[in-house]
Write a protein that binds this ligand. Structure first.
Ligand SMILES: [Zn+2]
Length: 173
């Protein structure tokens, strides 16, 4: 059984300079585990909890560092990458919309553990969904718009101070 990540991967991180200047540069010495969601950073990407290298790496010693992943950092700072605001949702459509949003979020996170729906707030017929990445909000907006034909959609992006997308969907009365 391999006792550490580099044995298994054959020293996969080839260029140390590639990681220099990266806030997760210390990954070159091992893997990083998010202390909140337990996502694991290796091979220049975040992977879901229980990913292979972490089960093969001793949890003590120098191979594993604890930190926050970008998503959890964002959440901690009350930031988001995209926001979908849905207005005038008809009463009979609210459950369906909620299920669509929840299912979309689950599938996105399955594909990439760093793609997340952060929060869903509903007030009567208004929904506000925040995501940790701007593209995810834009995709969710398109999906809602395609599913519910009687909607209008407006998407805007801002790049300062960080990239954020704002999607507004309005159900026709
Ligand atoms: Zn995390």
């Amino acid at each position: 059984m391999a006792t550490n990540f580099s044995t298994k991967s054959g020293g996969n991180i080839k260029s140390k300079t590639e990681l220099r200047g990266n806030e997760y540069g210390k990954a070159e010495k091992g893997v990083i585990v998010c202390s909140v969601c337990h996502n694991v950073y290796f091979k220049k990407g975040w992977h879901k909890a229980g990913s292979e290298p972490i089960t093969e790496t001793k949890l003590s010693g120098t191979g594993v560092h604890f930190d926050l992943c970008p998503s959890c950092k964002m959440k901690k700072g009350n930031l988001y990458g995209g926001k979908v605001t849905i207005k005038n949702v008809p009463a009979l459509t609210r459950d369906e919309l909620f299920n669509l949003v929840a299912g979309f979020g689950r599938r996105a996170t399955d594909r990439n553990p760093q793609d997340r729906i952060m929060d869903v707030k509903t007030t009567g017929g208004n929904f506000v969904v925040t995501t940790n990445n701007d593209q995810l909000a834009a995709k969710l907006g398109r999906k809602i718009h395609e599913t519910f034909k009687k909607t209008e959609i407006k998407t805007s992006f801002t790049s300062e101070p960080q990239e954020v997308s704002n999607v507004e969907i309005v159900f026709a009365k």
